[in-house]
Write a protein that binds this ligand. Structure first.
Ligand code: SAM
Length: 298
């Protein structure tokens, strides 16, 4: 069975659910909650995340999403009451600024700024150039970049979309009402979301002895990472050693290749390939890795 999408995720101004196709897992049942369109985003994995957290989560558990990006796993866990609280960790300063502004009380400012912005190539360039002025400006600049750059890519060197959908150019992915609504909805649950700009490895290590902690680990992948993220270099072997030391349960996703399979084997972890479709409708398989993946059969 394959699941729909997703190097980049489909969305609209209304987020109206598309009719599910019979060969796809029902991704239409997954609400799009993130203000980001995130390269490597895990909306397609949400049905499995729900199964995992229904079995291993609960009100007394804290979920750590240590490579947060667009944060769809944390948002799903909180909105669907699958855990008591989440801690999101992200190294990228721009992405972090968005989460900081939303979780630290400035969501309304960001939502209003988006809703009243007149997007043109010039105003987009101007907003991006102002990003250095404050954390709020950086958050707004990051949202603009994420919406006008090809594929939403935030890494240096990414360019503006040229033609976009139906020749709409940079307006193709500018959905101000949708973004405003999503940001204000997150504001309503922000007391259960803790955000840290920092290194996911450090936060993992600091919480490795906690049995009430769960870890969702979705690092920059071995192959695609460099093109997609500013921070794409990670020590994959070190990450497996860190996962090995966790007392709490974890779920890791990776590209399916021999190097990663060897590391998982070495640590005695279980792994399952899971088929998915990219935006270009190519089928590929990603690996789910954990200490015990029996819950996948539920
Ligand atoms: C595969 S993406 C995560 C996508 C996310 N799961 C989603 O659904 O949107 C990996 C993320 O890890 C971040 N990153 C890279 N190195 C990091 C580190 N050492 N600590 C925390 N985040 C890091 C990158 O900036 C990128 O946003």
């Amino acid at each position: 069975m394959t699941v729909q999408l997703s190097l980049f995720e489909k969305e609209t101004e209304t987020d109206a659910a598309k009719a599910p196709r019979s060969d796809l897992v029902n991704v239409a049942s997954v609400p799009m909650r993130s203000p980001f369109r995130y390269a490597g985003g895990k909306t397609w994995l949400v049905p499995r995340i729900r199964t995992w957290l229904k079995e291993r989560g609960g009100p007394d558990k804290e979920l750590f999403e240590i490579f947060a990006g667009g944060g769809i796993v944390s948002l799903t866990a909180i909105f669907e009451d699958l855990v008591g609280s989440v801690t999101m960790v992200e190294l990228d300063e721009g992405v972090a600024a968005v989460w900081q502004v939303i979780t630290q009380g400035n969501a309304q400012w960001l939502a209003d700024k988006i809703a009243t912005f007149e997007l043109t190539p010039e105003s987009a360039r101007d907003a991006i150039a102002r990003g250095a002025q404050s954390v709020e400006d950086l958050a707004f600049a990051t949202i603009v970049k994420n919406r006008v750059n090809r594929g939403g890519i935030l890494a240096d060197g990414a360019s503006f979309v040229k033609y976009g959908e139906s020749g709409k150019g940079i307006l193709s992915r500018w959905y101000p009402k949708t973004l405003k609504r999503r940001i204000l909805e997150i504001d309503l649950v922000r007391d259960r979301i803790h955000f840290i700009q920092g290194d996911g490895f450090d936060i993992c290590r600091l919480n490795q002895s906690r049995i009430d902690a769960l870890f969702f680990i979705d690092p920059p992948y071995v192959k695609a990472g460099r093109r997609l993220y500013k921070y794409s270099e990670i020590d994959h072997e070190r990450l497996f050693h860190q996962a090995y030391r966790l007392k709490g349960d974890f779920l890791m996703t990776y590209d399916d290749n021999i190097e990663i399979r060897q590391l998982a084997d070495m640590c005695g972890f279980e792994m399952r390939p899971i088929a998915m479709k990219t935006t270009h409708h190519a089928e590929k398989s990603e690996l789910l890795i954990g200490r015990n993946l029996d819950w996948l059969d539920d």
